[in-house]
Ligand binder design. Structure first.
Ligand SMILES: [Fe+2]
Length: 374
């Protein structure tokens, strides 16, 4: 068993304002700091709060798009390259964090980024250090070695995977997540829950990752409805963010699974937000796993205090997804039977990822899962 999570995590309300202390503590060179973000991090004042705590020159790059493409990452890279930063601060959702992490390693490594996607450990050199400041509670990217990018031309959505993608520091401030719109709260929360469940059911799960998975699922199940119902419920926000952080640590050790594989294909073909795409596939995939995960789901339901074992857990999950407005079908996001062949072939291209699944699907199984969704 291995456990490797080199990111320093500082968690709690208003830790955004500890950035300066943490830069000093870690001895980071902030003489040239690139802040990488999307537009909302500027309008909510987070970029200003960061800039005021940096002692050197600051340059702001706020053109990260949701579920970013390779082209978007390359455009940000070319702008950041001209500035030649000594430190990168990423602020925003998983998209901003992932683009910043990709930029960090592409600044110090030669080669075509398309060739690196989906290939473990393709980088020779460490990147420029990244401080990650998440403003959503979902991706867990502040503590993972992954950066997911979409390659539209080759219909590929997959992560860069490298130990050099761990941020040096994560500042998890739940007060920043209050500004999320309600649908983003739901979608990102479901992404975090999917990390918890897929890591728990992975064949790579370890005694350490199991602890993260179980607690992550429990926190998100119990507190996401409150954060969704009232965006200002800060104690619920805090617990959902902890759930997201633990979910990130869990997939770092144990990996994700079939829900993510299907969600990435849904994302690249229909431009469905990542968390929503996971939410659509969660129940059909768990039902496909069936008896192979019954015992583990029963342990989870016990841990969460949900009665009825694996069936009880599935009932509670359906209730949660419905409360959050996640559609039961994929047809509302554009999926049609005519597309199944292409969809299935893109899923099967990722078959090499499936060794860790509790039940390995055939093409027919994928088709059967899709059939339940239209
Ligand atoms: Fe995810």
């Amino acid at each position: 068993m291995r456990h490797h999570m080199p990111t320093r995590v500082v968690f709690g309300r208003r830790v955004l304002y500890k950035l300066k202390d943490e830069i000093d503590f870690l001895g980071l060179d902030d003489s040239r700091t690139a802040v990488i973000c999307g537009s909302s991090a500027v309008s909510h004042g987070y970029v200003k709060a960061i800039s005021e705590q940096v002692s050197g020159k600051v340059s702001i790059f706020c053109s990260v798009e949701p579920d970013p493409t390779v082209e978007n990452a390359l455009q940000v890279l070319s702008e950041v390259k001209a500035f030649s930063p000594t430190l990168i601060v990423a602020v925003g959702g998983g998209s901003s964090l992932d683009v910043a992490k990709a930029v960090s390693v592409m600044l110090t490594n030669e080669g075509d980024i398309h060739q690196f996607i989906g290939i473990p450990e393709p980088f020779k050199n460490p990147g420029v250090p990244v401080v990650a400041v998440p403003t959503t509670a979902g991706s867990g990217s502040e503590v993972t070695p992954y950066a997911v990018l979409t390659d539209r031309k080759n219909l590929k959505k997959a992560p860069l995977i490298s130990r050099y993608l761990f941020p040096v520091l994560a500042l998890d401030d739940p007060e920043l997540t209050v500004s999320m719109p309600q649908t983003v709260t739901a979608n990102t929360g479901i992404d975090a829950l999917t990390h918890a469940l897929e890591s728990l059911l992975s064949k790579r799960a370890t005694p350490i990752s199991r602890l993260y998975s179980l607690e992550s699922a429990k926190l998100i199940f119990n507190y996401l409805p409150r954060a969704f119902g009232n965006s200002k419920d800060i104690s619920a926000r805090e617990r959902v963010m902890m759930g997201s952080l633990l979910g990130g640590m869990a997939i770092t050790d144990a990996g994700a699974g079939l829900v993510h594989t299907l969600a990435h294909v849904l994302g690249v073909l229909y431009r469905v937000p990542h968390g929503l795409a996971n939410g659509i596939f969660l129940v059909p995939v768990l039902e496909f796993y069936g008896l192979s995960v019954k015992e583990t789901l029963a342990e989870l339901s016990d841990y969460m205090g949900v009665s009825g074992g694996a069936e009880g857990f599935l009932r509670a999950l359906k209730e949660l997804l419905s409360f959050l407005g996640i559609p039961e079908k994929a047809s509302p996001v554009g999926v049609k039977k005519d597309d199944f062949t292409l969809f299935i072939s893109l899923v099967m291209e990722k078959k090499f990822l499936m060794g860790n699944l509790p039940r390995i699907p055939t093409e027919r199984d994928i088709r059967a899962i899709l059939e339940t969704l239209v």
